[in-house]
Design a protein around this ligand. Structure first.
Ligand code: AMP
Ligand code: MN
Ligand code: MN
Length: 317
C-alpha cells in the first residue's frame, strides 16, 4: 500500500495531530527519513505544531514545518496518528488539496477520512504500523530512533496492555539497528524539568477522589502554568501518575487552555471505556486513554464527566 502510493507521488507531505506526542513525532520522522533515504528523487516534508523540547534529539526535527506555504499542492499527504481531520490543525488545507491521501492510525475513534486508510485500533502505536508498512532492509538508524520513540511513548515504556509480542519484536529489530534505548527512554520519557516536577507535585497534592474513591481528578489553571512558565505540551504524563493511585478505575486531568476552556485527559483500567466518553464530548482516543476539549468551569466539567463515567461503569457490570 505504502510502496504503491510512494511510487506514484513526486511530492509528499507528512502530518500528524495537534499538540504532537512521542508517537506522532516518531511516526512522522521515521517515515520522513525512510522516504528521503530511499526515494531520493521525491520531495518530502513534515508538518507538525511545535514539538516538546525533549523530542528534538530525534534527527531531522529541525526540518519540521510549522506553517503551510501558500499554493503548495502535494501529490500525496500522509496523515499519521490522527483520528479526525480537525485534529490535523494548521496542515488541514494541505490534506484537503493533496491529490492522494493516506491515513495510518490506531485510534479506535478514527473516522477513516482519507482516501486510503490503514487503521488498526489494537496496534500499540502508529509508529508500529508505519514500521509494518516499511521494507525492512530500508530502515536506517535515524528512522529506527524515531520509530523507537513512538513505541516507547505510546506503550508507556512497554507497560500498557497495547504492548504486543509484535511490539517487542519491532523494538528488538530497532535495537539491532543501533538505537541507544536507555538514553532515548530516559531523555524523552523520564527526565522532566524542575518546573515540570513542581507542577506535577501540585497536581498530585491537589487531586480529589470522587465516585466513592474509584476515580481521581486534578487540574491546573492557566495562572499556575504561567507562574511556573509551563506550556501545555510539558504537562504530559501527569494523568498517568494520577492513574497509578491504588483502587482507581479512571483518572481525569484537566488544564486550562483559556478562561473556562479546558483540555481534558482521561485514563482508565480495562473496565471503563474512556474513548466513548471522549467521543460524547467531541473528542476521541483509545479505550484506556482518550481526550477532548470542553468549555465550562472546573466544577461543571467534572460533574458532567462524573455522570458519564457512572454510565460507563453501569455498562460494564
Ligand atoms: P491525551 O490525553 O491528550 O494524552 O490523549 C489521549 C489519547 O486521546 C491520544 O491518543 C490522543 O490522540 C487522543 N485525543 C486526545 N484529545 C483528543 C481530541 N480532542 N480528539 C480526538 N482524540 C483525542
Ligand atoms: Mn498521539
Ligand atoms: Mn498514537
Amino acid at each position: 500500500m505504502l510502496k504503491d502510493l510512494l511510487k506514484q507521488a513526486d511530492t509528499i507531505a507528512i502530518g500528524g495531530h495537534i499538540r504532537p506526542d512521542g508517537d506522532c513525532v516518531g511516526a512522522c520522522m521515521g517515515l520522513y527519513h525512510y522516504i528521503r533515504e530511499n526515494f531520493a528523487d521525491k520531495e518530502a516534508a513534515v508538518y507538525l505544531e511545535e514539538i516538546p523540547e525533549a523530542f528534538k534529539c530525534i534527527k531531522g526535527t529541525e526540518d519540521i514545518r510549522h506553517e503551510v506555504e501558500e499554493k503548495q499542492v502535494y501529490d500525496l499527504f500522509i496523515c499519521l496518528d490522527c483520528g479526525a481531520p480537525d485534529r490535523l490543525g494548521f496542515s488541514l488545507p494541505l490534506f484537503e488539496q493533496a491529490k492522494e491521501t493516506l491515513c495510518v492510525d490506531h485510534h479506535v475513534s478514527n473516522v477513516k477520512f482519507a482516501k486510503e486508510n490503514y487503521i488498526m485500533p489494537d496496534a500499540s502505536s502508529t509508529s508500529e504500523l508505519v514500521y509494518d508498512l516499511m521494507e525492512k532492509d530500508k530502515i536506517s538508524l535515524s528512522a529506527a530512533e524515531a520509530l523507537y520513540l513512538g513505541i516507547v511513548h505510546d506503550t508507556g515504556v512497554f507497560q500498557y496492555s497495547c504492548t504486543a509480542p509484535s511490539t517487542f519484536r519491532m523494538a528488538a529489530d530497532l535495537l539491532e539497528r543501533g538505537v541507544d534505548a536507555p538514553k532515548l527512554i530516559r531523555d524523552t520519557f523520564y527526565v522532566k524539568t524542575y518546573a515540570q516536577n513542581q507542577i506535577l507535585g501540585r497536581a498530585l497534592m491537589e487531586s480529589i477522589l470522587f465516585l466513592d474513591g474509584k476515580c481521581i481528578v486534578s487540574y491546573i489553571r492557566k495562572s499556575t502554568m504561567e507562574f511556573y512558565e509551563i506550556t501545555p505540551k510539558e504537562l504530559d504524563g501527569i494523568v498517568s501518575h494520577l492513574r497509578n493511585t491504588e483502587g482507581i478505575k479512571a483518572a481525569v486531568f484537566m488544564y486550562e487552555l483559556e478562561t473556562n476552556m479546558y483540555k481534558v485527559s482521561l485514563r482508565s483500567d480495562d473496565e471503563i471505556d474512556v474513548s466513548t466518553i471522549a467521543r460524547y464530548y467531541g473528542g476521541g482516543g483509545h479505550r484506556k486513554a482518550a481526550g477532548f476539549t470542553m468549555a465550562g468551569n472546573f466544577y461543571d466539567i467534572i460533574n458532567s464527566i462524573s455522570a458519564q463515567i457512572e454510565l460507563q461503569m453501569r455498562e460494564t457490570v
